[in-house]
Design a protein around this ligand. Structure first.
Ligand code: F6P
Length: 535
C-alpha cells in the first residue's frame, strides 16, 4: 500500500493545506512549538522549530509513522529481521556496536561473539602498528596508512577520520584512494615512503573494479620498492570474501572480516573503520562505537514523538511529499565535518533513491531528495544566495558544534553566529516594507527582498568527539530506515548502481582491447572519438 493510501495520510494532507498561507514568521511566534519540535538524545539536540510544522502537524505525522509501522521497522532492524527483502538479508549494522553480552541472531546463530572477535583483532593490530610492534618489511615503523576502497568502503572512514582530526595520532598520515582515476592514487602516494606505508584494501565484495585496480597498482608500488616478500607486512584487507583476499596475496592473519548483513554504506562501524581505529586508537574508537550504540538504543526505546531519527524522517516526508521540495542541503558549521555531505549522499540517496516499493509497485510519492552541501561559512559565499532568493526552495540541515576543540580568539562564536543567522534569515526573510524602511532606493527594493519561509533544521552537538560523531552517524542511519519504512521501500539494496558497472566493463574491453560491441550511434561515436583522441 502506498504512503498516500492511508487515512493517516489524508488527514495529514488536509491539515497541510490549512497551513498553505501561514508564513514561518508567524509559526515562530508560537512559543509552545519549542517544546514539541525540539528533542535531544545521545548528545545530539534536534531543533525543528524552523520547519513549517505545528504541534498538530507533528501529531498527524506521528500517526502516519504508526500507520506505516515505523516503530516495528526500527525494532526489526536491530533484531535481525530480513529488512533487505530483494536480497533476503538483514541489515544489522547495529550488531557491530552491540555490547559483548548482547545476543543477536542471524539465521539462528548469535553474531555478537564474531563481531567482538574481529573488533579485538582490529584493536590488537592497531595497537601493534601504533606502538611500533608491527613494522614494515625493512623494520621501519609505519608512518602512513593508505586506505583503498570506494563508496561505503571509503566515505565513512574518510569522513570520520577527517572529522576526528584532533584525535588523530600526529605521527600517522592517513590517506584515502577511491577513484579509478590514476590521479587519485598518485596524489595519495606522493611524498610517502613505501618502507613506512601500510596499505588497507577495503572492499566488502573484493570485486569492485576501482578498488581492485588501485590495490594492484599500490601492490606494484610496494613491490617495486621493497620486493615481493614485502607484501604480507605492508598489506591488510577488509572484506566479507576471505577467499578472494587470499587469492590477491593478503595473509589470512592480516584480513579483517565482516558479513553480508552489513550494507556498504552502513559499514563504518565494521572492520571498514580500521583506518579510523589506526588513526585515533582503540579507546577513542570504543567511544565512537559507544556513541552509535547510545543512538541505537534511543531509536528503539524513545516514543515516536521524541525519537530523533523518526522526527527527521517525518520532516523529510513532509518536505518532500507535501511541500514539494526535492533537494536538501547539509551545511555543517564545522570544517572537520567537511565530508559529511558526501557521506550522507551515499547513505541517503543509495538507500532511499528508489521508485518502486517493496512489492515492486510504483511508489507514487517522492522518495529521497537530492542531498548536497558544503561547510558553512564557505557555503554562504558560494550557494546560499540561491537558498535565500532563488526559485528553488530546499530545506537545510545546519550542523552546529557548541565547543571548538582548539579555539582561536572568537572564531567559534563567529562561526555559530553565522549558522544561527542563516537559520533566522531563511525562516523570517526580510519583506519589502522592511527593506524600504531602511531607506533602500525603490528600484532596488525587489532585489533586496527575502521571502523567507524557507525551512531549516539545527542539529547541535556540545563538541565534536568520537562519541557525538558516532551518535550523529547512527541518527542518520536510523533516519534512513525510518524514512524507508514510511515510503514502503527497500532501503538496503542498490540495484541502481549495477547497470553502469556492467556497461563500463563492456566499454572498457572495447576501448582498451578493441573488442567490438554493438552500441547506439551516439555511444559508438563517443567511443570512436575517445579512442582517436587518446592516441
Ligand atoms: O556503489 C555501489 C556499491 O556496491 C556500494 O554500495 C558499496 O559501498 C560500494 O559499491 C563498494 O563496494 P565494495 O565494498 O564491495 O567494494
Amino acid at each position: 500500500m502506498s504512503l498516500t493510501d492511508s487515512a493517516a495520510w489524508s488527514e495529514l494532507a488536509e491539515h497541510h493545506a490549512t497551513l498553505a498561507t501561514t508564513h514561518l514568521r508567524e509559526l515562530l511566534e508560537d512559543a509552545s512549538r519549542l517544546e514539541v519540535l525540539t528533542a535531544e538524545a545521545a548528545g545530539v539536540h534536534l531543533d525543528l522549530t524552523r520547519q513549517r510544522l505545528t504541534g498538530e502537524s507533528l501529531r498527524l505525522l506521528v500517526a502516519l509513522a504508526r500507520a506505516r509501522g515505523v516503530d516495528a521497522r526500527l525494532r526489526g532492524l536491530q533484531a535481525g529481521a530480513v529488512v533487505n527483502t530483494t536480497e533476503s538479508r538483514a541489515a544489522l549494522h547495529t550488531a557491530l556496536r552491540a555490547p559483548r553480552d548482547a545476543r543477536i541472531e542471524v539465521g539462528g546463530r548469535d553474531v555478537v561473539p564474531e563481531v567482538h572477535a574481529v573488533l579485538d583483532e582490529m584493536r590488537a593490530f592497531a595497537s601493534a602498528v601504533r606502538d611500533g610492534t608491527h613494522r614494515g618489511a625493512t623494520g621501519a615503523r609505519f608512518r602512513a596508512v593508505v586506505h583503498l576502497g570506494i563508496g561505503g568502503s571509503h566515505l565513512g572512514p574518510e569522513m570520520v577520520t577527517t572529522a576526528l582530526r584532533p584525535f588523530v595520532d600526529p605521527d600517522l598520515t592517513v590517506r584515502f584512494v577511491s577513484n579509478v582515476d590514476a590521479a587519485d592514487l598518485r596524489r595519495a602516494l606522493t611524498g610517502l615512503d613505501p618502507a613506512s606505508t601500510l596499505c588497507i584494501v577495503a572492499s566488502k565484495t573484493f570485486t569492485t573494479a576501482e578498488t581492485m585496480a588501485n590495490a594492484r597498482a599500490a601492490r606494484a608500488w610496494i613491490v617495486d620498492a621493497l620486493g615481493e616478500d614485502a607484501v604480507p607486512a605492508h598489506f591488510v584487507a577488509v572484506s566479507t570474501d576471505l577467499d578472494a583476499v587470499g587469492a590477491f596475496g593478503i595473509d589470512a592473519t592480516r584480513t579483517f572480516g565482516f558479513w553480508d548483513w552489513v550494507g556498504g554504506r552502513f559499514s563504518v562501524s565494521s572492520a571498514i573503520g580500521l583506518p579510523v581505529l589506526l588513526a585515533i586508537g582503540p579507546d577513542a574508537f570504543d567511544e565512537f562505537l559507544a556513541g552509535m550504540r547510545a543512538m541505537d538504543e534511543h531509536a528503539v526505546s524513545a516514543p515516536l514523538e521524541r525519537n530523533l531519527p523518526v522526527l527527521l524522517a517525518l520532516t523529510e516526508v513532509w518536505n518532500t511529499d507535501l511541500e514539494d521540495m526535492d533537494t536538501r542541503a547539509v551545511i555543517p558549521y564545522a570544517s572537520d565535518l567537511a565530508r559529511l555531505p558526501a557521506f550522507l549522499q551515499q547513505l541517503e540517496m543509495e538507500s532511499n533513491g528508489k521508485s518502486v516499493d517493496e512489492d515492486g509497485a510504483p511508489v507514487r510519492v517522492g522518495t529521497s531528495p537530492i542531498v548536497w552541501g558544503a561547510p558553512g561559512t564557505d557555503a554562504q559565499h558560494a550557494f546560499l544566495q540561491l537558498l535565500h532568493q532563488g526559485t528553488v526552495i530546499a530545506p537545510v540541515d545546519l550542523i552546529v558544534v557548541a565547543r571548538a576543540h582548539d579555539p582561536i580568539g572568537d572564531h567559534q562564536d563567529a562561526l555559530v553566529a553565522n549558522a544561527i543567522a542563516q537559520a533566522e534569515a531563511l525562516a523570517r526573510g526580510r519583506f519589502a516594507a522592511e527593506v524600504a524602511a531602511q531607506g533602500v532606493e525603490p528600484a532596488l527594493v525587489p532585489h533586496r527582498v527575502f521571502a523567507g519561509d524557507r525551512p531549516s533544521t539545527i542539529l547541535m552537538l556540545d563538541a565534536l568527539t568520537p562519541s557525538s560523531l558516532g551518535a550523529l552517524i547512527a541518527l542518520y542511519e536510523h533516519k534512513v530506515a525510518a524514512a524507508g519504512a514510511l515510503w514502503g521501500i527497500d532501503s538496503f539494496d542498490q540495484w541502481g548502481v549495477e547497470l553502469g558497472k556492467v556497461l563500463a566493463a563492456t566499454i572498457l574491453a572495447e576501448v582498451r582491447d578493441g573488442v567490438e560491441t554493438p552500441h547506439d550511434p551516439a555511444t559508438a561515436a563517443t567511443i570512436r572519438r575517445y579512442r582517436a583522441r587518446r592516441a
